[in-house]
Design a protein around this ligand. Sequence first.
Ligand SMILES: Cc1ncc(COP(=O)(O)O)c(C=O)c1O
Length: 463
Amino acid sequence: MDLAAHVDDRSPRGIAATVARLVRGGDLRPGDRLPTVRVLSAELGVSPATVSGAWRALAAVGIVTSRGRSGTVVLPPPAAWLPPRYRDLAGGAPARLDLSSGTPDPELLPLIGPALTRVAAQRPSAETGAYLASPVVPALEALLRESWPFAPQRITVVDGALDAMSRTLERVAGFGSRVAVENPGFPPLFDLLDHLGLERVPVTLDHQGMRPDELRNALETGARVVVVQPRAQNPTAVSMTATRARELAGVLRRHDAIVVEDDHSGEIASARDVSLGVFLPDRVVHVRSYSKSHGPDLRIAAVGGPATVLDALVARRMLGPGWTSRLLQHVLVDLLTDSTALEAVAHARRVYFARRRALREALATHGVLVDPGDGINLWLPVHDERTALVRLEAAGVRVAPGTPFRADTPSGTLELLPTGSGSVPETARARDSGTGDHVRITVGLLDRETDEVARALAVAATV
Ligand SMILES: Cc1ncc(COP(=O)(O)O)c(C=O)c1O
């Protein structure tokens, strides 16, 4: 298209507005390449700085992205139904190799077809439609209790870990309450806290989990709820050690706070299922998701803890969905007892472990050293987040930006980051703790091209 012919106002703002109108009207489509700065500035008779100013403004609001030497392209529109930080994560151009999603490898999930067939043959129809029966099928409750890291007063099943956290937080934290969260941590949790009017108190991590001194500070500043991922922390991949659990429990004992544990990786984590509930069973709500081990579309997480929290949660849920499909609960029971399915999950755990070790070793050959970590994600320090993303995009690799994972920035910060060294203001940088510029790589999806990806990451990470 002859872009110059559409431009009336030749200021950076006017040029940017023209492109935005053409994108909205469908004349420019996602993936279309804009003319180069040199070509368009010559056609319009303006300086190259004027056109690059327009391109920067468009990139800042997510309408286009720069692909380095391959030019500037139009991005797909953000999905309005996504919460802000999910939108930040969803932005960016499609790539040849997408390692941005934080989701399990579909090839490594246990097969659901045979389980469905077996469950259908058993026809548990009488019980599947009962409005007043327990929302958890007894066989699943028994399996959960056997494998729970402590003896919970109550256990139930909800529609995923985020559902569990949302319902728990609604019970235990009122508008304006302070909630201690890991920094960096899970972006949708931060959106949820914003939505519920809860104030985040960031707590950084070291290689053993949440730092006890920082947790103490958070509790002393009035946090009455603590949300923690005990294993394969997203994004840092840190798993809490048993020693650290004991230390954190010691800190918590001196305060009146509820702990919500988000074991989002569940059975694909290699670390042990360490829980603060061993020390504080009447104050810990432990959540175990089956999304990463058995498939996000099962939409099943178990939640266990004190009756005071769980009974209210279940009662409230009876006035909404009521229960999680018992048909799917029976499918999960089958997958948790069938030897082939059990072996598939154990295999997935080994493969994820091997993939992260392979990438770690490949990165080390380029002088980039990262902690062993656990689970499917790797948190890579980079000199400058935006530069790293652009370089990786040019290499055909998509990873997640680090900014949405930061607990100490408001949502939408990603759009405001300038390109150039050190995209996060120095004042907001934590001392150590993995909160400078980073990107998150879902290494669990990296089943090929490990050496090439390591090379691209090493280049992306440097000055
Ligand atoms: C840390 C963390 N918590 C919760 C979730 C949501 O899990 P679910 O699918 O069980 O809602 C995820 C998903 O990736 C996650 O990474």
